[in-house]
Design a protein around this ligand. Structure first.
Ligand code: GDP
Ligand code: MG
Length: 303
């Protein structure tokens, strides 16, 4: 299956909710008016776009309709798609991976899909000819280390690990040295999503960040938070909490295949100012896609 078809399939539930809802509005409305805006409001909210972002989108749409003197609903639809695509555009080239090694530091609460996404990422980069080292810095449970081992074996990349309960920063330190001595292109770090308290977790992340920046002062470090799309707007509050622990550069939005709430992609960028970088559309090793705003809106709105 091609990239675009995979995205479209992964978004099929969101398509049903959002695109069918919105298309129905444009098809059933004979003209562009406030009734249409109200119906659009309902359609966007149902797809979990979020109240503030929905208001913003519709304000922009009203302005564009006025400015371009639009009377045809089909033209209004084109404007809506353009407005959404602009809102989710990261406006840059994506992850910074120029240093050797470059680092991808993955954070997020338990069960959102960090380890799975790391396995998929490792596989994608290895397939692209990159040398990848993965750090098992989620030492909270032995099972977490074993799970990562399965993924890294599958992806054919090196895993640096210690025993359960080890200091995550010590594992990270080992992994940095391994990445240096093995001339790795990319070091990917798995972290725990749960410690005894939120304070512990944030301190732990802080400490790991200091180790990274001390040992690799000139490296490109990308901190990505994994958010589960099925939790919709909840993911936004998770990102706010984690950003107290460390600055976040981007989002891995997982499990888009399992939800009709894919509209959360739009409000994430708008409310957090953090771009979505990768999207998970299934449990398989090939089911992680680089997020492209134009492709995303096309996959949702076009037939
Ligand atoms: N359907 C689907 N399931 C996913 C996706 N990403 C992760 N999962 C599942 O979510 C569960 C938790 O994932 P895991 O990587 O262990 O989360 P972690 O605790 O953040 O490391 C696993 O059962 C994964 O297979 C995705 O994109 N789509
Ligand atoms: Mg994990």
């Amino acid at each position: 299956m091609g990239f675009f078809d995979k995205l479209k399939k992964g978004l099929s539930k969101t398509r049903e909710m959002m695109s069918d809802g919105i298309n129905r509005v444009f098809a059933s409305m004979g003209r562009v008016d406030e009734d249409m805006m109200e119906e659009l409001f309902d359609a966007l909210i149902s797809a979990d776009v979020g109240m503030d972002t929905t208001d913003k989108i519709l304000d922009k749409l009203r302005a564009s309709i006025k400015e371009n003197k639009i009377i045809d609903p089909a033209e209004a639809k084109d404007q809506l798609i353009r407005i959404i695509a602009e809102m989710i555009d990261p406006a840059d080239a994506g992850l910074k991976l120029n240093s050797k090694p470059a680092v991808i530091f993955v954070i997020g609460v338990n069960g959102v899909g960090k380890t799975t996404s790391i396995g998929k990422m490792a596989n994608n980069y290895r397939s692209a000819g990159k040398k990848v080292v993965v750090a098992a810095a989620d030492t909270f449970r032995a099972a977490a280390i074993d799970q990562l081992q399965v993924w890294t074996d599958r992806a054919g990349v090196d895993l640096i690990k210690q025993q359960e309960g080890a200091d995550p920063s010590a594992v990270l330190f080992d992994a940095i040295n391994a990445a240096k001595s093995r001339s790795a292109d990319i070091l990917i770090v798995d972290t725990a999503g749960r410690l005894h308290t939120k304070k512990n977790l944030m301190e732990e992340l802080n400490k790991m960040n200091r180790v990274l920046r001390r040992e690799l002062p000139d490296a490109d470090i990308n901190t990505l938070i994994a958010l589960d799309a099925t939790t919709g707007q909840n993911g936004i509050s998770q990102a706010k909490v984690f950003s107290e622990g460390c600055p976040i550069d981007g989002i891995i939005l997982t499990k888009l295949d399992g939800t009709a709430k894919g509209g959360v992609v739009i409000s994430i960028k708008d409310e957090l100012g953090i771009p979505v970088r990768l999207v998970g559309v299934g449990e398989g090793i090939d089911d992680l896609l680089v997020f492209e705003p134009q492709e995303f809106v096309s996959a949702i709105f076009n037939d």
